[in-house]
Design a binder for this molecule. Structure first.
Ligand SMILES: Nc1ncnc2c1ncn2[C@@H]1O[C@H](COP(=O)(O)OP(=O)(O)OP(=O)(O)O)[C@@H](O)[C@H]1O
Length: 62
């Protein structure tokens, strides 16, 4: 396992955020687990929208 879960930081509309530790470097990060419920059409568009939005953002904390 690359990241060790420490505790839950918070929860939003699209997922839950954990405080985690990167095992190799011991650095602490926030990890967001996006809800990925499956529907007949495949992945929910809300989950995809959230992932696409986060991929676009350029910020040292993301
Ligand atoms: N990079 C981060 N570092 C530290 N804490 C974070 C980080 N991202 C999210 N959090 C914490 O986790 C909580 C949930 O974040 P999330 O982005 O899932 O939802 P939100 O943006 O607060 O709400 P919503 O998505 O419903 O508008 C936040 O309120 C914040 O406390």
């Amino acid at each position: 396992r690359m990241y060790e879960k420490l505790h839950i930081v918070g929860e939003g509309s699209f997922g839950v955020v954990y405080r985690v530790r990167h095992v190799a470097t011991r650095r602490v990060f926030a990890m967001k687990k996006v809800y990925m419920e499956r529907s007949k059409e495949g992945l929910r568009t809300t989950a995809l929208d959230e992932i696409c939005a986060l991929k676009e953002i350029r910020h040292p904390n993301i």
